[in-house]
Structures are given as C-alpha cells and as structure tokens.
Ligand binder design. Structure first.
Ligand SMILES: Cc1cc2nc3c(=O)[nH]c(=O)nc-3n(C[C@H](O)[C@H](O)[C@H](O)COP(=O)(O)OP(=O)(O)OC[C@H]3O[C@@H](n4cnc5c(N)ncnc54)[C@H](O)[C@@H]3O)c2cc1C
Length: 322
C-alpha cells in the first residue's frame, strides 16, 4: 500500500498553518489515488501536536528526542532517513517554507530521491509522480512528470490548497523510536527572533486598503494613506511598492511578505499575481479596482471595479466627506 507522509512544521509551540494545507493535499491523494496519508511529527514535547493531527488524518507518527526541540537539518535528516528506510512512503510533503527549503533539497541530494519544489498540484500517473509548478514568474504553468523512483519529496507552495477541516474521527498516534542522532552538528540553534513588526501589523487588521504599482508615483502614497485612515483601514501593498521603498516591508502582502486574513481586502491597482494572492487567506470580502478588465485579480475578487483607481479614490473621499 502506497503512503503519503505530511511533515508537520511547527515553531515556538505552534503548528504552522501550512501543515493543514498539506493535510488537504494528502487527503486528496487518498481519495483520487488510494495513497494512505499519515502525519509525521518530529520534535520534543510535541505529543499534543500528534494528537491534534490525528483528528485530521488516520495516523500521526510521533518521533521525539530532546535534540529535535528546534529544527536543525542534521537531526531531522537522521530521523527522516530512518523513517524512509523502514516505512517507505511514496510521497513525502513539506511546506515551501524556510523549513521545507532547507530540509528537502538537501535530503534529496543525500538520498538520491527526486524532489519537486514549489508545487501547486500533485497527481499520479500510475505510480509516477506528476506535479504542477508555475515558472517564469507565473507566466507558465508547467506539468512535470518525475522519473520513476521509490519515493518522492515534494515542497508545496503556500495557499495552493485550502486548510483542512478535522476529519470527524480520531486517528492513531504511533510512537516511532528515535534513531541514533549524531552528537555534533554543523549548525547550532542560537535562538528564535521574530522579524520586527515595524510600525503596523497588517496580519491583525480587519480591513486592508492595499495599493499596487498602479499608484504610480510616491507623491500619491500620502493620499492613499489618508484615505485608508478615513476608511478605518490599514494601508498594505504589493511588492513593487516596497521595492521602490515607497512603503515599508511590513506592509507587503504575499509570499515574500505577510499573510493576511482581513474581513475586507480592498485592492487598488494590483494585477493579482499568485505571489500576491497567496498572501491573502480567505478575506471575508475581496474587492478589486483595476482599469484592466483582464487583470487576473478579478478571478479572485468578490467584487471587481474596472475603473481608474484615482477616480474611485476621489469618489470614496467625497462620499466620506458628505
Ligand atoms: C520570488 C518572488 C516573490 C514575490 N513575492 C511577492 C509578494 O510577496 N507580494 C507581491 O505583491 N508580489 C510578489 N512578487 C512579485 C509578483 O510576481 C508581481 O510582480 C507583483 O505582485 C506585481 O505587483 P502589482 O500587481 O502591484 O504590479 P503590476 O503587476 O504591475 O500590476 C499593476 C496593476 O495596476 C493596474 N493599474 C495601473 N494603473 C492603474 C490605475 N490608474 N487604475 C487602476 N488600475 C491601474 C494595471 O492594470 C495592473 O493590473 C514576488 C515575485 C517573486 C519572483
């Protein structure tokens, strides 16, 4: 029986949201291809995480050891190599995060096991893995068939799958004996430091007024900021606005910025690249203003306004003044 493992990413005492997106994918692999899913929880004092994952998947494999308390490649790799040898999963999934990007490509090179990174969809052709990845900055979606192998490593782009809901039944937590862990590592865990939040925390804002390259000129930024304040919204933006240093990095929404979950997301002059959209997790209401009727953002928005954003900004200002 083929199996798919989900490597649970956790940090600072919490399971990272991306894990639950992988659970959705693993459940899909079970439904479509009969691949049996299991979660793999590696750490120290993390039984509660395994118990939580067992409410989503039929099995959670728990590997605990004090040297696994904080992620470092060497001890995690020692566990996974042992697990792969004894349990032979066909597909092992990890988020496309700093954690997954450090772990899987190196493990792939050491094991000679194929690794597909930044994947947005997974299929099987017989027992060969087929993945979808977007390349050339999202301009092309490539369908890639991997060579036949005993096991595949896959890192999955955040936002490609909806987070899973609990399955309604309680699976098994299986203690897996920790293999011998090397005593000396090349890397040392010094401490964890959260990136500075800056002057605002857009991840907590219920209403985001978000501007993109359409804002055109730095002189227009104060106008957008003022309107956002009047609307009771927090100003956020797409990456070009940060690259031009018109707003701080802490306001950037997207894969290399912040992930936001506002009640209202009002996007102005943003085209809707997947890197931007992946940072917006289920807003209650998503409104997009763009003068290009073919802008991809309209594919995600609840309401779309095809108009010059400055006209809309003026109209909102007038409405608020009346
Ligand atoms: C590794 C990587 C990571 C990335 N991470 C991020 C990220 O975290 N966040 C992010 O946002 N991007 C990210 N990007 C960049 C991303 O690919 C896009 O380039 C970016 O999102 C485009 O920003 P934009 O929509 O503001 O600009 P554009 O794509 O240039 O779109 C501007 C839009 O404004 C519209 N417009 C122009 N003038 C007006 C007007 N007067 N009125 C109305 N509409 C108007 C245009 O029709 C157009 O649709 C990343 C890219 C890479 C390669």
């Amino acid at each position: 029986m083929a199996r798919a493992f989900v490597i649970v990413e956790h940090r600072q005492g919490a399971i990272r949201d991306a894990t639950f997106e992988l659970v959705t994918l693993a459940s899909e692999l079970k439904e479509k291809f009969g691949i049996e899913p299991a979660a793999v929880v590696i750490g120290s004092g993390v039984r509660a995480f395994a118990e939580r994952l067992a409410r989503y998947l039929p099995e959670a494999i728990l590997v605990e050891h004090e040297s696994l308390a904080n992620f470092r490649y060497e001890p995690y790799a020692a566990v996974l190599k042992d697990l792969f040898e004894k349990e032979t999963p066909l597909v092992t999934l990890c988020p496309q995060s700093a954690f997954g990007m450090e772990l899987f490509p190196r493990l792939s090179a050491e094991l000679g096991r194929p690794c597909a990174t930044d994947v947005t969809r997974v299929e099987m052709d017989k027992m060969n893995l087929v993945v979808h990845r977007s390349v050339y900055n999202g301009k092309i979606n490539a369908r890639v068939q991997l060579a036949s192998a005993g096991g595949y490593l896959v890192t999955v782009r955040g936002g490609s799958f909806a987070p899973a809901a609990e399955s309604g039944s309680v699976g098994v937590v299986r203690d897996y004996p920790c293999p011998p862990i090397p005593e000396r590592f090349k890397t040392e865990f010094v401490g964890y430091r959260e990136a500075a939040a800056g002057e605002v925390d857009i991840t907590q804002a219920p209403f985001l007024f978000s501007i993109g390259r359409g804002i055109k000129d730095p002189d227009n930024i104060p106008k957008a900021r003022e309107l956002a304040d009047k609307l009771g919204a927090v100003l956020s933006c797409s990456r070009p606005v940060v690259d031009k240093k018109w707003l701080g990095k802490e306001r950037q929404v997207g894969t290399s910025g912040r992930t936001v979950k506002p009640k209202v997301y009002l996007a102005m002059g943003i085209s809707g690249s997947f890197q931007h959209l992946a940072g917006i997790k289920g807003p209650g209401l998503f409104i997009a203003v763009n003068r290009d009727p073919k802008a991809p953002i309209f594919g995600s928005a609840d309401y779309g306004v095809v108009e010059d954003m400055f006209k809309i900004m003026d109209a909102l200002r007038e409405k608020l003044a009346s």
